[in-house]
Design a protein around this ligand. Structure first.
Ligand code: ADP
Length: 634
């Protein structure tokens, strides 16, 4: 017999000597998972197949068939009980006719399903039959189990075979993908997956190979017509194959995207609204300052009214600022100025900011701080805002004369700050929700003092930005509440974080230009400066501002950034281009205070950037700064 170049040298000595090594297909057949063997068929006197002798078998033969040491043995001697007649007939027909067969069949004694290819090799008289087969029991079992799932349209089922090619798909997958079964079989995952999801698919393949299954994951697939669909996939290895289940979640993904879009629109709307609300607040604030400065001391009732309006305005400014913060956090635009800060400093600031509200309701505030220092990394102002919000809520939601407690504990790696009160408490089922935007406990509305349900959402977002968490506990209505903030601790810094430095106050008269298209804002500012003894001119747009600079030659010019005809940025650039245009100190007035906004005004030639609404203190500081710069300047 001629040794076949297509199988490995596992041969009975009596079957004709060693096979030729190094045949070009030898490595392939050594490596293949399929079973491969050569049988010489024996016929009786009537020419009927009587038996067969195994001449060769590759290493996978034993694994695939479950039969050991078959070389040189007769089929009749092997545990094929009951089945040998069937195979004798099949292989006998192949040996005699020279016709190949391909069939899937079940071996009852072995309890396995085989996919069998048998074909004649050598000369017809040698009666040699080569048999290539693989165990498909797993697949058959799955297919049997799948039963009606095969027809189901709601779940796609995919079978991946060697080289991660599709070997079977159900009706559901055909519907989702637009591929008929025959078109899908043989496709690879790469052909079905858009390039940006290759990494996801590759990791799923690795998971299934390593752990036998994947966690459910989502990715896009490409339909036959090139369009895309979203699937929720989960795969599991079964024998040599991988079964994958998929749900078409395209509609859900679309709905999610629409929600995200709506959420973005809401954030944009809030940002614009808050920004627009800020503009009228500036002139109102300035108007109140003027009234306060100009009203005679004995005008008690008007002064009290001004005081009340001031407090209401503070409240309005706080609400607008909170709204703006929420919108900025939603848009990922809040920047935390990170520095190592002492928790004591943070808490001292928060207490300072809320003491008046606590006193107004005659609460007792107990502050319990441990002896050792404790530092966290973050933004002093923003962290103080967190605890101020919690303290002012405690004051608001506790009937007058209650107790509020502020304490912190320095644990290894973590600082724990607790704010508790003896107030109206929070029902258990509402506790999770209080951190959501605009959420208020319905029975609490009358205590909310005009709150919008923003404060705790802000607390939650700010704490998260600092790498911490916040939680609430309350035994229920009337039983008080306790909010607990956890923040990562850091080592003490070389030097402590300092507070604000008092700017030197201005003295002496000064020529000041104010340019703002909001006539009320310009007018009230002008009156404020005039009341301070300064000489003031106004302009309502950039072009007019430039003309005023030329004729009035101000020492300091306050320019609004958003003006019609010509905005403050362009006006500043042109002023800087005038002869002696660098002698005037330029102050930008704007509702935007992000680092990028400040960078833009600096580039346009401004010396200072003020964010509206302006306070009298901010104006005085700005004036003092600009005057000292003027003295030291060119
Ligand atoms: P609001 O402006 O309504 O105070 P917050 O976001 O600060 O908004 O709080 C959300 C809701 O959580 C409040 O409306 C209130 O129902 C509840 N809440 C907050 N703090 C307390 C507290 N200390 N005691 C009881 N309820 C509280």
């Amino acid at each position: 017999m001629k040794p076949s170049p297509t199988h490995r040298c596992t041969e009975a000595p009596q079957a004709g000597g060693p096979c030729t090594p190094g045949g070009e297909y030898q490595a392939l057949f050594d490596a293949t998972d399929e079973g491969f063997c050569i049988i010489r068929m024996l016929f009786d006197a009537e020419g009927q197949p009587a038996d067969g002798v195994f001449l060769r078998a590759n290493p996978s033969f034993e694994h695939q068939s479950g039969l050991r040491d078959v070389i040189g043995r007769h089929m009749s001697a092997l545990p094929l009980a009951g089945d040998e007649e069937h195979w004798l007939q099949v292989f006998g027909t192949v040996a005699r006719s020279g016709q190949s067969i391909h069939m899937s069949d079940r071996s009852e004694p072995l309890g396995r399903w085989f996919d069998v290819h048998a074909f004649r090799i050598g000369e017809p008289g040698q009666a040699l039959v080569a048999v290539r087969f693989s165990d498909i029991t797993h697949r058959r079992r799955i297919e049997e189990r799948l039963g009606s799932v095969r027809r189901t349209k709601t779940v796609g089922v995919l079978f991946w075979g060697e080289g991660f090619r599709l070997v079977e798909v159900n009706d559901g997958f055909q519907e989702m993908s637009g591929y008929a079964r025959a078109e899908a079989v043989g496709l690879t995952w790469q052909q079905l997956t858009p390039p940006e999801f290759h990494a996801v698919s590759r990791s799923a393949v690795q998971q299934v190979m390593k752990h036998g299954e994947t966690a459910p994951y989502e990715k896009q697939y490409i339909r036959k017509d090139g369009s895309r669909w979203w699937g929720l996939f989960a795969a599991r290895r079964v024998g040599d194959e991988v079964v994958e289940f998929v749900l078409d979640v395209t509609e859900r993904k679309r709905a999610e995207e629409a929600l995200r879009q709506a959420d973005r629109h809401k954030d944009e709307f809030l940002a614009t609204l808050a920004h627009e609300l800020r503009n009228p607040l500036a002139p109102i604030r300035n108007g109140l300052q003027i009234l306060r400065l100009t009203l005679p001391r004995e005008a008690e009732a008007p002064l009290r009214t001004v005081g009340m309006m001031d407090r209401q305005l503070d409240h309005l400014v706080r609400l607008v600022d909170d709204l703006l913060d929420i919108a900025r956090i939603g848009a990922g635009k809040v920047r935390i100025e990170r520095q190592v800060v002492s928790l004591r400093d943070v808490l001292a600031r928060s207490v300072e900011a809320t003491q008046a509200a606590i006193d107004a309701r005659r609460h007792r505030l107990d502050v319990e701080l441990p002896p050792q220092e404790c530092h966290v990394e973050g933004d002093l102002d923003r962290l103080a805002q967190v605890f101020s919000n919690l303290l002012s809520n405690a004051a608001k939601y506790t009937p007058p004369g209650g107790r509020i407690r502020l304490e912190f504990e320095a644990q290894p790696g973590e600082a724990l700050v607790g704010v508790s009160d003896t107030g109206i408490g929070i029902p258990k089922e509402q506790q999770e929700r209080v951190f959501e935007l605009f959420s208020q406990v319905s029975d609490h509305r009358r205590h909310a003092e005009g709150g919008l349900g923003i404060g705790l959402s802000l607390v939650h977002s700010l704490v998260k930005l600092h790498g911490g968490s916040v939680s609430v506990e309350s035994a229920g209505p009337g039983q008080g509440s306790r909010f607990c903030v956890r923040l990562p601790r850091v080592a003490a810094p070389g030097q402590a974080a300092g507070g604000g430095v008092e700017a030197p106050r201005a003295g002496g008269a000064c020529r000041i230009l104010i340019a703002d298209d909001n006539a009320d804002a310009a007018e009230t500012l002008a009156m404020l400066f005039a009341a301070g003894g300064h000489e003031v001119a106004t302009a309502c747009d950039g072009v007019e501002a430039i003309a005023r600079v030329k004729e009035f030659q101000p020492e300091i010019a306050f320019l609004d950034i958003g003006m019609p005809v010509m905005g403050g940025l362009e006006a500043a650039r042109q002023i800087r281009g005038l002869p002696a245009g660098d002698r005037v100190r330029l102050v930008a007035l704007t509702g935007w205070g992000q680092p990028a906004d400040r960078e833009r005004t600096r580039e346009a030639g401004f010396d200072l950037h003020l964010v509206k609404p302006l306070t009298l203190e901010a104006l005085q500081d700005a004036l003092a700064q600009m005057r000292s710069a003027r003295k030291g300047g060119p």
